[in-house]
Design a protein around this ligand. Structure first.
Ligand SMILES: [Zn+2]
Length: 347
């Protein structure tokens, strides 16, 4: 049996050190100016001792809180505990109810505010973090009356969300507007996505490396080949076998070979209004694979680059699971905070 341990912030009853700096003038000499017993909301501690100090420089007084305490009523431990309960799937009201069972009265609004503040902290922590490889995918989440498009960028190294955008993944210009500043901020050089064409356009425009998830590629190429198997004239079936093998082995320099195969097939004969013949469909497939081949093999020259977008799908899975029990977010900022919190590291 394995036991998972939740490590919450430590809460001290009194300070063991003196303040290092005056919060007003950064002075370093103080006089102790009395102390108060401050009642706090916490599962173990009822009161903490807070000393006031007077700065010898600017003569102003300030409070010096023991570890795990701030000017808020609840301790850091209780604040984080509430956020953890919410993340595990309880509503804000249910979280408040559980805490009341531990003899701590905290309103559901306070728990909601604590969650928002925690999300802001995560955003701040992420803001200038260097992240070279990012997985991206779109999702739809219920908010203000209908499903809203959300674009999620995940650090493929940690599997944690880096940023969330109120962006439709089918709109390359919107993606570019949203992604360009992130590329600058984090030093992103390569993205991992599914094979939606908008990502290809954006990667090209922003000069990013691009890996298309191999699960997606294999799925649609496999399906297309299977359909063509029944329709393509027999003398061309060998091409299907060749393509199958290339997709299996992913030799990095196959773009030219695919292009050569494309050239061997007779050109388009059907008119614009006619539906395409099997051979024409095969031709389209060969051209598309030839043009996109580099995005299938990018991982071969980037040792840490994954060849699927599993990390992003896991993160989006966590977000959706948490969002399912919420009757719909009321604003983008609330949705952003909730989704970010749902998929970020626990503490
Ligand atoms: Zn001062």
């Amino acid at each position: 049996m394995s036991i998972v341990v939740l490590k919450l912030p430590v809460v001290k009853r009194k300070t063991e050190d003196r303040p290092r700096q005056c919060p007003y003038c950064a002075g370093e000499t103080f006089q102790r100016w009395g102390g108060v017993k401050k009642p706090v909301k916490d599962v173990r501690v009822r009161n903490v001792k807070v000393y006031r100090y007077r700065c010898c420089g600017c003569k102003r007084t300030f409070r010096h809180y023991p570890e795990g305490n701030t000017k808020a009523d609840q301790t850091e431990r209780l604040r984080v505990f509430g956020v953890v309960l919410w993340r595990l799937g309880l509503s804000h009201r249910a979280t408040s109810l559980v805490l009341s069972g531990l003899n701590v009265q905290v309103s559901h609004m306070t728990i909601w505010r604590d969650g928002q503040a925690e999300a802001q902290r995560i955003q701040k922590r992420n803001q200038w973090r260097p992240v070279r490889m990012v997985g991206m995918d779109g999702a739809y989440v219920l908010g203000w009356g209908e499903k809203q498009p959300v674009l999620v960028a995940v650090d493929v190294g940690t599997g944690e969300p880096l940023a969330l955008g109120y962006v439709n993944e089918y709109d390359p210009q919107a993606i570019q507007r949203w992604l360009a500043p992130l590329v600058q901020q984090h030093g992103i050089t390569v993205i991992v996505t599914d094979d939606l064409s908008s990502y290809k356009i954006v990667a090209k425009k922003l000069q990013l490396g691009h890996q298309v998830c191999q699960f997606h590629v294999r799925r649609w190429v496999g399906k297309t080949l299977q359909e063509l198997h029944n329709t393509v004239p027999k003398e061309w079936l060998w091409i299907l076998d060749d393509v199958h093998q290339l997709i299996d082995l992913l030799p990095p320099d196959s773009s030219k070979a695919l292009y050569a195969l494309w050239k061997q097939l007779p050109g388009r004969r059907s008119s614009r209004s006619q539906s395409r013949s099997a051979l024409e469909l095969l031709r389209d497939l060969l051209l598309r694979l030839s043009q996109d081949w580099h995005t299938y093999c990018a991982f071969q020259s980037e040792p840490q680059l994954p060849w699927t977008n599993n990390a992003i799908e896991r993160a989006i899975g966590k977000m959706k699971m948490r969002a399912r029990t919420i009757r719909g977010y009321k604003s983008w900022s609330g949705m952003q905070a909730g989704l970010l919190l749902a998929a970020s590291r626990m503490l």
